[in-house]
Design a protein. Structure first.
Length: 72
């Protein structure tokens, strides 16, 4: 068990990058490149909004960063 913890601590980025690469590859094969790109973009926007909410930012400030001025 200690070996796995040590492996995770030392190579976390490589492990997560490999898993992410495999998932993106499967997504592209299953639904196509542009649809996969759209899904990835939506996930990144969702992550950004969730992270901002976790940091106690106001939803209006988040929308001002994402959307151009005057679009609300």
């Amino acid at each position: 068990m200690d070996f796995l913890h040590e492996l995770w601590v030392e190579h976390r980025g490589k492990i997560l990058g490999g898993i992410l690469g495999i998932l993106i590859g499967i997504l592209i094969i299953a639904i196509g490149f542009l649809k996969a790109l759209f899904v990835i973009l939506c996930a990144l926007v969702g992550y950004y909004i969730g992270k901002s909410i976790d940091n106690k930012e106001d939803i209006r400030d988040i929308l001002d960063k994402i959307l151009p001025p005057g679009s609300r």
